[in-house]
Ligand binder design. Structure first.
Ligand code: GLN
Length: 209
């Protein structure tokens, strides 16, 4: 194994992500301390509650070093609350809600409203030849994307049809839904590809130096 993937383990569905990565044969570790950041080539930020996660990141003194690594090019994959953590801008956040940032997107927290706050549905996603079963739990959607952001998926039908629910920008990706639940590892595979590619590019650069 030439790379290690971390799962931010402050709060949320950490175990589910570790299990999917293990099923893919990945070397995956839980990340709770700043020192653990040094060992990883990519990071999954799970679903949970973004306001709690950001608070804990600050308490555990992970906020600044993690932000620095993300801005230095660490590949990351945020699901649901993790998408909010990676967004540069939030609508309907709590007052003063910080994010780690990196993705040039505006996310709307708890966007699907009270009526349909949690639901499931098939999502067609760029890079996958068959739809993925999307589980949405008080999920955000992406309200707006910057120029460098590729939209990977939108809601297919219903009142939220057309809303953006998966994006990628460089080696950062995020989904509004929870691909770690339900036994389909293909979305994680897309992320593992990003990690592999980013690592190969870094190795090339070192060779050129
Ligand atoms: N509503 C949560 C938040 O704002 C996200 C929910 C989830 O991750 N399932 O962080």
């Amino acid at each position: 194994m030439d790379h290690t993937i971390g799962v931010l383990a402050l709060q949320g569905d950490v175990r589910e992500h570790l299990a999917v990565l293990a099923r893919l044969g990945e070397d995956a570790i839980a990340v709770r301390r700043p020192a653990e950041l040094a060992a990883i080539d990519g990071l999954v930020i799970p679903g949970g509650e973004s306001t709690t996660m950001i608070k804990l990141a600050k308490i555990f003194e992970l906020y600044e070093p993690l932000k620095a690594r993300l801005h230095g090019g660490l590949p990351a994959f945020g699901t649901c609350a993790g998408m909010i953590m990676l967004a540069e801008r939030i609508e309907d956040g709590i007052v003063g809600q910080d994010t780690l940032g990196g993705l040039d997107i505006t996310v709307r927290r708890n966007a699907f409203g009270r009526q349909v706050d949690s639901f499931e549905g098939d999502v067609s996603m760029t890079g996958l030849d068959a739809p993925v079963h999307g589980i949405f739990i008080r999920a955000p959607w992406v309200e707006e994307v910057g120029d460098g952001v590729e939209v990977l998926a939108r809601v297919a039908d219903g009142p939220a049809a057309g809303r953006i629910v998966a994006v990628r920008q460089g080696s950062l990706m995020a989904t509004s839904f929870h691909p770690e639940v339900g036994g389909d590892a293909r979305v994680h595979e897309l992320f593992v590809d990003l990690v592999r590619r980013a690592r190969a590019e870094r190795t090339d650069e070192t060779k050129r130096d």
